[in-house]
Design a protein around this ligand. Structure first.
Ligand code: PLP
Length: 234
């Protein structure tokens, strides 16, 4: 193992400790919080180190990068998560390669995924990305779009919604992140009744390196961590 690889393994240990401590203060079990390693800034070699350290859920924000790493690391039994914007022309390959698409952000994309799912004879697991901070440069459904979106999804037989995904406001710091994550939880709770058969909102994919504690306090079931794993303190 190189110095850098040892560093990555140590960083994963520290993240697991942070998750454990946050779960404890939230009165939750750390087992119900899945750590996803975001490899978008990492080489395929460093991504493999993560899998060797026992962390098998990896996330990429660009479909093309996900495809490349998935084929380079095909032997490592990784479950790939797409966490960034997906264009419709990449849907077919994406559903073939991914375990979960976190970043479904439009009705047209929902329809495209459903169509490709039908062709591939599979039911595709997704999360709905919510633009909770309502920043115009961000992707995601507006909170007010959720009821209409769920109604559309009830007619899409090759999709299964597992929950919601969101990011905190860009420069707000931890206090603002907590507020954003609380708003996601409230939105989820508000819509948790009378859901269509192919929708559950159990999963909340919220929290990154800088704000995973806030996310866990607000009910995160998945945290997506990049920098805190791959940064190497020289
Ligand atoms: C990059 C990225 C992350 C990881 O962020 P870090 O600050 O590096 O932990 C999580 N989610 C999404 C959608 C990202 O693009």
């Amino acid at each position: 193992m190189t110095e850098e690889q040892r560093n990555i393994a140590q960083n994963i240990g520290k993240i697991r400790e942070r998750i454990g401590a946050a779960a404890k203060s939230a009165g939750r079990s750390a087992e119900n919080i899945q750590l996803i390693a975001v490899t978008k800034t990492a080489s395929a070699t460093d991504s493999r180190v993560v899998a060797l350290a026992g962390l098998k859920d990896l996330g990429e924000s660009r479909p093309q990068m996900l495809f490349e790493k998935a084929s380079l690391l095909a032997d490592a039994s990784i479950r790939w998560h797409l966490i960034g914007h997906l264009q419709r022309n990449k849907v077919a390959k994406t559903i073939e390669k991914t375990h979960l698409i976190h970043s479904v952000d439009s009705i047209r994309l929902l329809e495209a995924i459903n169509l490709e799912g039908r062709k591939a004879k599979k039911t595709v697991d997704i999360l709905l990305e919510i633009n909770i901070s309502q920043e115009p440069e961000k992707h995601g459904f507006a909170p007010s779009d959720v009821p209409e979106t769920l109604e559309t999804i009830s007619h899409l037989s090759h999709l299964r919604v597992r929950g919601l995904m969101a990011m905190a406001s860009r420069d707000g710091g931890r206090a603002a992140a907590r507020k954003d994550f609380a708003a996601v939880r409230v939105l989820r709770d508000k819509h948790s009744h009378n859901l269509p058969e192919n929708v559950s909102l159990d999963e909340l994919s919220i929290g990154m390196s800088a704000d995973l504690e806030e996310a866990i306090l607000e009910g995160a079931t998945m945290v997506r961590v990049g920098r805190a794993i791959f940064q190497t303190t020289a």
